[in-house]
Design a protein around this ligand. Sequence first.
Ligand SMILES: [Zn+2]
Length: 297
Amino acid sequence: MIFLANYVIVMGFIGLLLNIPLLIIILKKNLLSQWDGVITGALIIVLIFLFSPILWLGMIFFFFTSSFLSKWKIKEKESTNVEFAKGPQRDAIQVLSNSLPAILFGSMYFINEVIPILSINMSPSTALVSPWMIASFTAIATHNADTWMTEIGITVKRSPRLITNLKIKVQHGTSGGITLEGTIAGVIGSFSLAVIYFLGIILTKTSLIRFPFEILILITIGGVLGGLIDSLEGATIQGIYYCENCQKETEAKIHKCGNTSKFHRGYILVSNDFVNLSSALLSGIIVGLVYFFLSTF
Ligand SMILES: [Zn+2]
């Protein structure tokens, strides 16, 4: 087990060094609202670096692009009175529910691929193409697609349509509402995660027999699918509240106006964090399994 201890010490140290500048940016730009979010985020990001530096790249890409996208056109978003369930800043629970699926799949990757490879003294990058890693990237692609869909979608002037019935127009900020522009942004958001993984494979594997294009396609589709599952859950089972003060639907128990909102539809236990977590888990499992079967036959 000495090989494992060596790996953890070396990678943990590099991970810490690389993440210090990122933490400074996070604190300076105020991207995480509370200290619990900052500490949780720091621990997660070092852990993910241990699993795989390529996965770590994907994670920080998601974190920074979605943080900046949340703040982009913030004046406009506020003036159209759009709901901020996710908010431009994130707390520990949000950070966790946005990274738990990737951590779960990533730890399975570490146990099933990295440890066996390390034990025979080979570089972990030779095991980078794995259903577990594909599942992990799909989970991050789902969060990225969902965030890009939401943040781009709310800047569109036209009303969103309900995912369960496209004939019905809904107010901006309604859970389950989708727009064409938002969906296209979701495809790009998902595709960019697939590209990071794809480039990671190309750059670390010197003797690649062929380009793994199916991975690009699978993760892109998986991330968009996950984003749509997220919207679908928002339209059906997610617990939605209603603020009588502002006469608006909201995902928050305490509305941003300070008023306590009333339970309105869905299931009270299905929170926004649960929806984020379950959609990424589901899309990760589906895409991981599809790749597993594709590569077996
Ligand atoms: Zn209100």
